[in-house]
Design a protein around this ligand. Structure first.
Ligand SMILES: [Zn+2]
Length: 464
């Protein structure tokens, strides 16, 4: 992601004043704020060894196929045993932080449907790190991976399905984030989720996302990690161990006909909430990880061709959600029976997982979760005034709810630019004018606090 180094652009203004950017500010780009020491410490605690132990443990259940849910957990095999173990891990982290996590299950019966031949019990397992600030604790950021697995046969519940990469790796990211972040407190709430039923048709995440929507959960961001093992097949030189892809939808799945009209009229195809989240991830990653070591590749696409994932379940309930996936997938090592044919090893085995890679993915996730959970809520009802025909642009908004905001950033970029190019800082105001025509650029507003935490950007709607 290309961003420009900033010099300075701060203008503290009261709401009754219009801000006039200097020409210097116009050419000033977006500076990364200084890293938050608490977040940096949390990222240092992410352990490739712990992630390896988690993935090897998940593989040891032989199969975590969703349809193995009639195998008792006491056998030590199958998806129930895996669910019990995940729950026990969350509980052990909670014990280590004086009970800071609420460990829960979302258990339900999936009625017969595609890839589910008979009524099947599914169990999503999750832990909640409740926000420490009562005025912000209802705000939620969530990380998820699917702990079910499969082999070559969609409905083979008995055969070996190690699922080390797909999706032991994503499950391990949720679990490692829970272990590390439960040692800290953040104003907003973080949920660490592991779901079942993905391989049969996103059933677990669909149930969870519908529950969240029905209960009016205020989820600001969903990070879905699926196939983040950084496959390291011996002799393969095409994998990129420094890059993780981040997929996001452009036009929200839930956009109404009226919203779609506006998107068409204003060129908003590249600015849905999930797309803003993807750009935010890239910015946060740049702030906390050396890009040479590790960086996200933001892909402007909901998912890979003809493939799906649990983020889509959340998109379909109106939540901003993205998918992390390794740079290059090895199809011999996913959805395959474990076997060797003509010297080629098939199967999703732990030995192909690059644990340092998964740790870096976990760090990007943890940096995003903690940045958002530390930041003020996004400003509400952001609008750009369009009544007066003028070449300046005036944006108005309602203060970030929750009282954490001490200022705002107005961002803009050329309509053809992939990422935010310019930013101007404002004080604790609800209106700003920049000498830039709204017809030529895309704007957004971010709430900020004194420590440099930034909310997700909100693109304005026009107000006559
Ligand atoms: Zn998967």
């Amino acid at each position: 992601m290309k961003m420009f180094l900033a010099k300075a652009a701060g203008l503290l203004l009261t709401s009754c004043l219009l801000a006039v950017a200097t020409s210097a500010a116009q050419t000033t780009g977006i500076a990364s704020p200084s890293p938050d020491p608490q977040i940096a410490a949390a990222l240092r605690a992410v352990s490739p060894q712990r992630i390896q132990q988690t993935i090897e443990k998940l593989v040891s259940f032989e199969s975590r196929h969703t349809l193995s849910s009639d195998v008792p957990a006491s056998s030590g095999k199958g998806i129930n045993a895996a669910a019990e173990w995940i729950k026990g891990e969350f509980e052990s982290y909670s014990k280590a932080c004086g009970g800071c996590l609420e460990v829960k299950t979302d258990e339900f019966t999936q009625e017969p449907g595609n890839r589910v031949p008979k009524p099947t019990t599914l169990t999503n397992v999750y832990a909640i790190l409740r926000g420490s600030d009562p005025a912000n604790a209802s705000r939620i950021v969530l990380v998820t991976g699917h702990y079910d697995s499969r082999n070559s046969e969609t409905n083979d519940a008995a055969g070996a399905s190690p699922g080390a990469n797909d999706d032991g790796s994503g499950t391990a990211v949720s679990i490692e984030c829970a272990r590390v972040l439960s040692q800290h407190k953040f104003p907003a709430t973080i949920i660490f989720l592991t779901v079942a039923g993905e391989e049969q048709g996103l059933y677990g995440s669909a149930h969870f996302a519908k529950m969240a929507k029905a209960q009016n959960w205020n989820i600001e961001a969903v990070l879905n990690n699926d196939i983040v093992g950084g496959d390291k097949t011996p002799g393969d030189t095409t994998q990129d161990p420094h890059t993780v892809r981040v997929f996001s939808e452009g036009i929200p799945a839930t956009a109404t006909e009226t919203e779609l009209k506006l998107i068409r009229a204003l060129g908003g195809e590249n600015d849905g909430a999930s797309r803003q989240l993807a750009r935010y991830i890239a910015a946060v990653s740049k702030q906390y990880l050396p890009a040479k070591e590790f960086h996200p590749l933001v892909v402007y696409r909901r998912d890979r061709y003809l493939r799906g994932g649990d983020h889509t379940s959340f998109n379909e309930q109106g939540f901003a959600a993205v998918r992390f996936t390794e740079y290059r997938e090895n199809y011999d090592h996913q959805h395959q029976n474990v076997r060797t044919e003509n010297g080629v090893e098939y199967g999703d085995l732990a030995k192909f997982v690059n644990y340092n890679y998964v740790a870096n993915v976990a760090r990007v996730n943890a940096a995003t979760l903690t940045s958002l959970a530390s930041a003020p809520a996004p400003p509400a009802k952001v609008r750009v005034l369009t009544k007066a025909l003028q070449n300046d642009s005036t944006l108005v908004w309602e203060s970030s709810p929750g009282g954490l905001a001490t200022g705002y950033l107005v961002l803009w970029r050329d309509t053809g630019a992939p990422d935010w190019e310019h930013a101007q800082t404002f004080g604790n105001v609800a209106q700003a004018t920049v000498p830039m025509s709204k017809d030529n650029v895309v704007f957004a507003v971010q709430a900020t606090d004194a420590k440099g935490h930034r909310s997700l950007p909100v693109v304005p709607v026009p107000e006559r």
